[in-house]
Design a protein around this ligand. Structure first.
Ligand SMILES: [Zn+2]
Length: 119
């Protein structure tokens, strides 16, 4: 969470940007910080559409259950961790992302599957 002086600068900057635009939205999200949630409300922590309650396990295909969701909106984000190099066919995030984790209930599998989207 930004300190008060930084928060004030961010609010002034956001107030000069077009309402609803991506730059303003990113600043306002940063003021709120990263969010983590569990349960049905956490399925709405998304930069795009809601996350599903279950997804097929990437290993065995059984229905995996939602565990938690993390929605970025802080001063640091995954986009800064690695380079996004389209020409070498390497994808990496270019904006805030949201990650929803699901665990396979099969005791012989217990694989975690992740769905994601970004701002
Ligand atoms: Zn599985």
């Amino acid at each position: 969470m930004p300190d008060q002086a930084r928060r004030s600068r961010m609010i002034r900057k956001a107030s000069r940007l077009p309402p609803g635009g991506p730059a303003r939205r990113k600043i306002l999200a940063a003021l709120k910080g990263n969010q983590i949630g569990y349960g049905p409300e956490a399925l709405k922590l998304s930069w795009q559409g809601d996350f599903p309650e279950t997804v097929p396990c990437v290993k065995c295909g059984k229905d995996s259950r939602h565990v938690l969701t993390v929605m970025e909106g802080g001063e640091e984000d995954a986009a800064d961790l690695h380079h996004n190099d389209w020409k070498d066919g390497e994808f990496w995030f270019h904006d805030y992302a949201a990650f929803s984790l699901y665990m396979c209930p099969d005791i012989d599998c217990t694989t975690v599957t992740t769905k994601w989207n970004q701002g």
